[in-house]
Write a protein that binds this ligand. Structure first.
Ligand code: IPM
Ligand code: MG
Length: 357
C-alpha cells in the first residue's frame, strides 16, 4: 500500500527524532512492501523564523492533504519571550484544532526491562502497569475564552474552562470503546467537587457508560488521581480526562515508565487521519547532539501504522523491536540513570531497533 505522511520536525531535538522514525518506517516499507511518501512542513520556532508565523497556512494545508502526520516537538528558549499568540506552542494547539483531533491517546506502560528506571519503590510496581490516558484535546481551558481585564486588584488575566455535552460525549465514547478492547475498566478523572464543568463531565460520562454495560466506571478527583498514580499505578487501565488534567497527568505517568523519552501519543478525530508525536518536548539543552531518545517518536510511528493505516502486524513489529532492544540492556542517556550501561546515541539506538525489524 502507499501512504502520504506529513512530517512536522519542529524545533530542538525534533528533526533528529523524526529522522529516526522515518528510517524505521522506511525499513517497514521495504520489509512489508509499502511505499511511504514523506513531505516536510514547518511548525513552531523554525516556522516563526522562516515566515513570522508558528503555523503557516501551507503547513495546515499540507497536513490536511496527508494520510497522516508525524510531529517531533516545538519550542525553545529563543522564542520564549514571544506573546501568547505567536509562541511555538500555539502552533501545536492550532494544528490539533485545524485537523479536528479531539482525542489524545497517551499510553504509559512499564517495560519489564525498565523496572529499575521507575522512580517508585519496587513493591509498588511489582506487577507493572499499562495505562491508556484518553485526553480530550481540542476543548477546555486551553481553548476557552481568555484575556486581560481590570479587576479588584488592578490588571488581571483569565482563562476559561468550558466543555459542551457534545465534546464530553465524544471523548467518553472513545474511552469506553478503548476499554472494550482492553480490560473493560474506565476511570474518569475530574474535579467535580469544585468545578461546574466537571459536574457536567461526570454526568455525561455516566450517560455514555449506560451504553457500555460491560465496562466498569469509576470517578476519581484529579488531585486524588495524581496521588494514586504514584501510590498504585496498577489500578489504572483507561483513564479519561479533560485537556489540562490529561496534559499534567500524562507527564506524571510518563516518569513512572522510567523516562518521558519513552511515551508516544496519537491524536485522532473522526477520520483515520491522525497526528502522532512523542509526549516530550523539544529538549533544547541536548538539541543537535545526537543524544535524544528516539523511542517515543518511533513508537508514535508504530501508533500511526496501527490507528491510521490499519497495519497491525507492522506496528507490532516496531513495538517488538523496541522490546528486544530494551531487554538487551541497550539504553539512551535518559535511561541510563545510575546504572553501569553506556549510553547509546540517537542514531545508534535507531540502528539497534532497525536490526530487530
Ligand atoms: C503536550 C504539550 C502541549 C499541550 C503544549 C506544548 C501546548 O504540553 O503535548 O502535552 O499542552 O498539549
Ligand atoms: Mg504536556
Amino acid at each position: 500500500m502507499e501512504f502520504n505522511i506529513g512530517l512536522l520536525k519542529g524545533d530542538g531535538i525534533g528533526p533528529e527524532i523524526v529522522d529516526s522514525a522515518v528510517r524505521v518506517l522506511e525499513k517497514i516499507g521495504e520489509k512489508y512492501g509499502h511505499k511511504f511518501n514523506f513531505s516536510s512542513y514547518l511548525i513552531g520556532g523554525c516556522a516563526i523564523d522562516a515566515t513570522g508565523k508558528p503555523l503557516p497556512e501551507e503547513t495546515v494545508e499540507g497536513c490536511l492533504a496527508s494520510d497522516s502526520v508525524l510531529l517531533g516537538a516545538v519550542g525553545g528558549p529563543k522564542w520564549d519571550g514571544l506573546g501568547g499568540d505567536i509562541r511555538p506552542e500555539k502552533a501545536l494547539l492550532g494544528i490539533r484544532a485545524a485537523m479536528e483531533l479531539f482525542t489524545n491517546l497517551r499510553p504509559a506502560k512499564l517495560y519489564p526491562a525498565l523496572k529499575g528506571a521507575c522512580p517508585l519503590r519496587a513493591d509498588l510496581v511489582e506487577k507493572g502497569f499499562d495505562i491508556m490516558i484518553v485526553r480530550e484535546l481540542t476543548g477546555g481551558i486551553y481553548f476557552g475564552e481568555r484575556g486581560y481585564r481590570e479587576g479588584k486588584y488592578g490588571t488581571e488575566a483569565y482563562d476559561t474552562e468550558c466543555y459542551s455535552e457534545m465534546e464530553i460525549r465524544r471523548i467518553a465514547k472513545v474511552a469506553f470503546e478503548t476499554a472494550m478492547k482492553r480490560s473493560k475498566k474506565v476511570i474518569s478523572i475530574d474535579k467535580a467537587n469544585v468545578l461546574e464543568s466537571s459536574r457536567l463531565w461526570r454526568k455525561v460520562v455516566h450517560e455514555v457508560a449506560a451504553d457500555f454495560p460491560e465496562v466498569e466506571i469509576e470517578n476519581m478527583l484529579v488531585d486524588n488521581a495524581a496521588m494514586q498514580l504514584v501510590r498504585n499505578p496498577g489500578q489504572f487501565d483507561v483513564a479519561v480526562t479533560s485537556n489540562m488534567f490529561g496534559d499534567i497527568l500524562s507527564d506524571e505517568a510518563s516518569q513512572l515508565t522510567g523516562s518521558i523519552g519513552m511515551l508516544p501519543s496519537a491524536s485522532l478525530g473522526a477520520t483515520k487521519r491522525g497526528l502522532y508525536e512523542p509526549i516530550h518536548g523539544s529538549a533544547p539543552d541536548i538539541a543537535g547532539q545526537n543524544k535524544a531518545n528516539p523511542i517515543a517518536t518511533i513508537l508514535s510511528a508504530a501508533m500511526m501504522l496501527r490507528y491510521s493505516f490499519d497495519l497491525t502486524e507492522e506496528a507490532d513489529a516496531i513495538e517488538r523491536a523496541v522490546d528486544v532492544v530494551l531487554d538487551k540492556g541497550l539504553r539512551t542517556a535518559d535511561l541510563v540513570g545510575n546504572s553501569a550501561a553506556a549510553a547509546l546515541s540517537t542514531t545508534e539506538m535507531t540502528d539497534k531497533i532497525l536490526e530487530q525489524i
